[in-house]
Design a protein. Structure first.
Length: 216
């Protein structure tokens, strides 16, 4: 009996509180808050990145670009893509051969980029980008066809993979429409199915410089 009375008392208190909330907060006067609301500030942007890191024990340079939208000057959403532009050489095996030889690594990745900015109006602020996507990688023997100098390359093996790359940047407001950033990322790669290259060989930290253009 006492338990029932307590429940009824709690329900009455909640009902009273709800009525007071509805009386002072008319749903017609307040729009439901959402990320893609008409009241939010939405601006387009584009950026170019340079990333330097180790792949298969060799220093490599990745060049890429990304673009999308900045919401309320803080939240970032868009698409990104990067490719390896320097030569990464290592000792590996060609199927059917037992003697190691010089092979080369080619590849790239892309996907969605999301993130946020801390204190975006300040001259110096923090940006936190995260890339989620996929990529492809191939191992190439550049001297496989020795009797054909014009086209001696042969793809030894190739694979697709999943990539997740969170980062941390210190960004500078150079002008109202241009930002320069410098920071680091960690590239996590999973799902490679290669004999000469493992996930750990191509995962790792990178140093980066970013050039971002838009209305900030």
């Amino acid at each position: 009996m006492k338990f029932s009375l307590h429940i009824m008392l709690i329900l009455c208190m909640l009902s009273s509180y709800s009525q007071r909330y509805m009386d002072t907060n008319d749903p017609k006067d307040e729009e439901v808050k959402s990320l893609l609301s008409k009241k939010n500030d939405l601006n387009a942007f584009g950026a170019a990145d340079l990333k330097i890191g180790d792949l298969k024990g060799e220093r490599g340079l990745l060049v890429g670009a990304y673009g999308g939208f900045i919401i309320n000057r803080r939240y970032l959403f868009g698409l990104a893509g990067y490719g390896l532009v320097t030569q990464v050489e290592f000792d590996g095996l060609v199927p059917g051969q037992t003697t190691p030889k010089k092979l080369h690594l080619h590849g790239g990745y892309g996907g969605i980029i999301i993130g946020g900015t801390i204190a975006p109006r300040e001259l110096i602020h923090i940006s936190i980008p995260i890339i989620l996507g996929a990529g492809s990688m191939e191992v190439v023997d550049k001297d496989f066809f020795v009797n054909n100098p014009a086209d001696s390359e042969f793809t030894v093996e190739n694979s697709v993979f999943f990539v997740a790359e969170p980062g941390l940047e210190v960004e500078f407001n150079i002008t109202k429409y241009f930002r320069l950033g410098a920071g680091a990322t960690y590239r996590y790669i999973s799902g490679t199915e290669l004999e000469n290259v493992s996930d750990d060989d191509v995962s790792g930290a990178t140093a980066m410089i970013s050039f971002r253009f838009g209305r900030f």
